[in-house]
Write a new protein. Sequence first.
Length: 235
Amino acid sequence: MNRRTGLFVTLAIALAAVFVRLGFWQLDRLKQRRARNAVVASRIAAAPRPIDELRDTASYRRATLERTPDFANDIVLTGRSRQGSPGVYIFTPVRRSGSDSAVLVLRGWVYSPDAATVDLTRWHERRRSFGGYVLALPASVDSPQQPAMERKVRALTRERVRELVPYPVSTRYLVSQDSVAAAAADSTPARVAQPSLDDGPHLSYAIQWFSFAAIALIGSYVVIRRTRSVGSPSA
């Protein structure tokens, strides 16, 4: 085996080792995802409790909230798509009984041609109770924001909420999962679907990496065989 072939085989084996490592990394991520999915599924399946009684701040706990929505302080989260259509999410503060603070409720998605502009007055629901699961507001995000006087944001953070809502707001928000009555369908945003609990792309990625490793090893074997065949004396 000449020097050139040796370098090729060495490189192929090194790449195969990297590909195998990446394959096992994807399998490890698949294991982590399945473990997380099991936790989320158990929380989603649990009986809902009033949000003020939740001492556990973990995400995806099921909760209920009763109070009058403050539509005057709606927040629009721009750039949200649904089934290929552009739109926005509408967040509404709901004042809690006996408290000067509120909880944001993600009431759902509405169509918007530019994924930013929407007539909020059309989406005033006639309800005082909401049910769904809780998520945490992120503390910060590295993305440009619009001026504070606009009630549109590209990313919702605790700091941004403090700028837009004139009273204290919980660091958790409720993702509404309430059913929509036919009579109220025209004024109720499309509810956000429950979190996806599938395996994601990790298994297919792992198979791809292992396939690349096999191709590299088989290719190097073929090159070695051909090199030896060419270099062997004829009969």
